[in-house]
Design a protein around this ligand. Structure first.
Ligand SMILES: Cc1cc2nc3c(=O)[nH]c(=O)nc-3n(C[C@H](O)[C@H](O)[C@H](O)COP(=O)(O)OP(=O)(O)OC[C@H]3O[C@@H](n4cnc5c(N)ncnc54)[C@H](O)[C@@H]3O)c2cc1C
Length: 437
């Protein structure tokens, strides 16, 4: 719909947040004209790849504590305006019933992210706002009656604009940070961005164990120390890879490590392969095991704690003979082993970057947005939704819930704004004096 007319709302970006904003906007205000633009030729790339192509749409329990970034009170307010039951009902309405899996994660019954995307595209089109693909927006300028968008298909005038351009993660999907630049040009503060939910790279070499363990997964607890003090501990599945670590616990930890480094603080990461056990408790357990089963080999005993392949690599790395009977394990060797089990140093050199990140930490500062409407406080008529904002969730469906909730709040804000403008532009009702002439 680029050309000489003016639309009420131009939505830039047709990912999860943009599609949902288009649908909710048309549902709340049937007379509104909306242009939904996306630079990609095929929209919804991230929905398609999400959740291992199954799309983890949301989680049974979502609170502000599942997110990082801007003020939690603001995040809470937005989540509460469109909570999880509303998400479940919405997807049910558009033909995508959800079911719960481990960790409270909700997936489509069909197990197909394609069905989630198709349902959103169908509903948007049915509401009169099909995605205009191949419409890359290069610039947004303010005008007397709203905004002028410069797109790859020509100019577009709009009374209000919704930035739903995502962050910088998975740039080949079309989310390359251009929306952040446009928000900055319109006066917004951009909290510096880093990848988040991204695999971490460990130092290679003879000392490292990850290369030898690539593909092995286990339950672990990661501890981050910043400037020597513990700042966060996270527990979950850890996956060793040829470059370092991945799996939910490593992905969740990545943003904390990156933010510490961004702030210029020295950050050290360690792993416990016996989550929840202290050094002393584990040392006592090994002492007991040696007394109870003196002839048991070190390797077989350790394989009761870890995957067998990892037990071998760990003993090799600690220069402990795998067939050593427990009775012959010296106090020093036992303590070295226990220390390795509860505080294994992970020499992180970096991450796999935005190309492999599920989300972006940082973005448009939340304080500059009205939390009741998601309208910009610095550029009236501009609304911001989804990942372009300084909010990132942990793994488990939280980032999509942020997209749905923020989309709903923006749609409500847009409807209120249009109602206000319609009242303001209505000619005054005829008074008694007018009637007499
Ligand atoms: C591999 C992977 C798996 C994931 N799995 C899950 C999961 O299971 N559950 C979960 O909750 N989250 C998951 N996420 C995160 C989730 O996909 C994102 O949080 C969510 O897609 C963000 O939605 P968004 O609409 O804000 O941004 P995006 O999905 O990034 O959409 C932004 C859209 O804007 C368009 N665009 C950008 N700039 C312009 C421009 N200048 N002009 C026009 N169009 C533009 C892009 O082409 C894109 O279509 C995953 C992410 C990845 C990468």
């Amino acid at each position: 719909m680029t050309g000489s007319g003016i639309v009420d709302v131009a939505i830039v970006g047709a990912g999860a947040a943009g599609l949902a904003t288009a649908i909710f906007t048309c549902r709340l205000d049937s007379g509104v004209t909306v242009a939904l633009l996306d630079g990609a030729t095929k929209p919804g790339a991230k929905i398609l790849v999400s959740g291992g192509s199954r799309c983890n749409v949301t989680n049974t329990t979502v609170t502000e504590a599942d997110f990082q970034g801007g003020r939690r009170a603001i995040i809470r307010r937005i989540l509460r305006a469109f909570p999880v039951p509303d998400t479940i009902a919405f997807f049910d309405e558009i033909g995508v019933p959800l079911h719960e899996e481990a960790g409270g994660k909700l997936f489509p019954d069909s197990h197909r992210s394609r069905d989630v995307l198709d349902a959103l595209l169908r509903e948007a089109a049915a509401r009169g706002t099909p995605v205009q693909t191949g419409h890359r927006v290069h610039a947004i300028e303010r005008t007397a009656d709203g905004f002028r968008l410069t797109t790859s298909q020509g100019p577009l005038a709009a009374r209000a604009v919704v930035l739903a351009t995502g962050g910088r993660s998975l740039p080949k999907s079309g989310s390359d940070g251009a929306g952040l630049d446009m928000a900055g040009a319109l006066g917004h503060t951009i909290v510096p961005t880093t990848p988040a939910l991204v695999p971490m790279v460990l130092a290679p070499g003879a000392e490292a164990i990850h290369e030898r363990l690539s593909g092995v997964a286990l339950e672990a607890e990661l501890t981050l120390r910043v400037g020597g003090a513990v700042t966060i501990r996270l527990r979950g599945a850890l996956l060793w890879t040829h470059f370092g670590i991945s799996g939910p616990v490593a992905l969740d930890m990545s943003r904390h490590w990156l933010r510490a480094r961004l702030d210029g603080h020295p950050a050290a990461l360690t792993a416990s392969f016996c989550p929840g056990e202290s050094f002393d408790a584990l040392d006592a357990r090994w002492t007991r095991l040696a007394a109870e089963r003196p002839k048991a080999s070190l390797h077989n005993t350790l394989a009761g704690f870890l995957p067998a392949s990892m037990a071998s690599v760990l003993l090799d790395r600690l220069a402990l003979a795998p067939d050593t009977p427990l009775a012959h394990l010296s106090r020093d060797a036992r303590r070295r082993l226990v220390h390795a089990l509860v505080e294994w140093p992970l020499e992180v050199t970096g991450t796999r970057g935005y190309a492999y990140a599920e989300v972006t930490a940082g973005g448009v500062a939340l304080e500059e947005i009205n939390p009741s409407t998601l309208e910009s406080r610095v550029c009236p008529g501009l609304f911001l939704v989804g990942e372009v904002l300084d909010v990132d969730g942990r793994i488990g469906g939280f980032n999509f819930q942020w997209a749905w909730s923020s989309a709903y709040v923006a749609a409500r804000g847009l409807a209120r704004r249009r109602a206000r403008h319609m009242i303001a532009s209505r000619p005054p009702a005829a008074g008694p004096d007018d009637a007499v002439s």
